[in-house]
Design a binder for this molecule. Structure first.
Ligand SMILES: NC(=O)c1ccc[n+]([C@@H]2O[C@H](COP(=O)([O-])OP(=O)(O)OC[C@H]3O[C@@H](n4cnc5c(N)ncnc54)[C@H](OP(=O)(O)O)[C@@H]3O)[C@@H](O)[C@H]2O)c1
Length: 293
């Protein structure tokens, strides 16, 4: 197994690199200066030279508000780039593992989304993810598309770091009781990607689309309360910083980002871990483990 990671400095890419290094699996994670995914010539040059057996694409536009103001940039990265990547992977017989999002759905379903649900994205970002997926299905037969719910990690911008930043700086915590998801640590996503890669390396014919996220659902407001309780074990925060403010982002509608993982579990034997213990572990890492290093 020889792995090319695109987006290796992002939340998931960073954790995947660490796992591959620990497992002694040969890999290469060029920075954006060496491989800009929106430049097809660079994709072909890197793959032709490195000849990976597996390519993992963790690069993508993921900001819904910015996507609305820069749709062509968003579609270039989330649709056109995966299309070009899929064609080159097919040509060089590399397997493509591509990270996608719950945003292929509009979030209006009350229950978890299964892989049988028909995507109906709302907005530019969701549309770009869905069209990117379709390009991959069309151009690269040996692919795995992995859709995720909310990703959290000690670094980068995500729900965990945003709430901790607000706490530290005494700023109001914006959180919506109408946003529901399954916060999944980036290193847990990396664990899942590695498990998939090991099966592919054993010639398992597992091509298709899968869902992964942590076990159990939480709304953004309750998540903020749990993060606050966890962080308060390690730090004192200004009293005014601990107040939650309702975020009216969703215009009062409940938006559901939760995914059913049965297909992944039945195919690979991968089980979801509880989001609550993931949050506790990451908060401890941020305030204790990292400080002690
Ligand atoms: N985070 C979430 O909550 C979430 C949820 C569902 C799905 N996803 C999807 O999962 C994937 C990975 O998420 P993440 O949280 O790890 O993302 P991330 O932290 O934003 O990392 C994205 C990586 O992509 C790289 N990148 C951006 N544009 C590029 C380009 N043109 N060429 C090459 N590399 C480029 C970035 O490079 P720089 O370091 O140079 O900026 C960064 O390393 C994304 O597609 C995201 O949409 C994320």
């Amino acid at each position: 197994m020889k792995v090319l990671i695109i987006g290796g400095n992002g939340q998931i890419g960073y954790e995947l690199r660490a796992l591959l290094k620990a497992a002694n699996i040969p890999h290469y994670a060029p920075g954006r200066d060496q491989l800009d995914l929106t430049v097809p010539r660079q994709i072909e040059e890197v793959i032709a030279e490195y000849r990976p057996t597996i390519v993992v694409n963790t690069a993508g536009h993921r900001n819904p508000a910015r996507a609305e103001t820069e749709p062509s940039r968003c579609f270039a990265l989330n649709r056109d780039a995966p299309a070009a990547l899929a064609k080159v992977c097919d040509q060089y017989k590399s397997v493509l593992i591509h990270i996608s999002s719950w945003r292929v759905f509009d979030g209006m379903k009350q229950e978890v989304y299964t892989i049988k649900d028909i995507p109906n994205p709302s907005g530019v970002l969701g549309g770009s993810f869905w069209q990117g997926e379709q390009q991959i299905r069309e151009h690269c037969s040996r692919h795995v598309i992995l859709r995720l719910s909310w990703v959290i990690s000690p670094q980068g911008r995500n729900r965990l770091t945003s709430i901790l930043n607000s706490l530290t700086h005494g700023e109001p915590i914006l959180a919506s009781a109408n946003s529901r998801g399954r916060p999944t640590p980036a290193d847990d996503v990396a664990r899942v990607i590695l498990a998939i890669m090991r099966q592919i390396d054993c010639d398992a014919q597992v091509w298709g689309t899968y869902h992964y996220n942590a076990a159990e659902t939480v709304d953004e407001e309750s998540l903020a309360e749990v993060i606050l309780a966890e962080a308060s074990q390690y730090r004192d925060f200004p009293i005014n910083a601990t107040e939650l403010f309702p975020d009216s982002d969703n215009n009062g509608k409940t938006v559901n980002a939760c995914l059913d993982t049965t297909h992944l579990r039945n195919t690979f034997g991968i089980h979801s871990k509880s989001w609550r213990s993931g949050v506790a572990r990451l908060v401890r890492d941020i305030y204790v483990t990292a400080k002690d290093r």
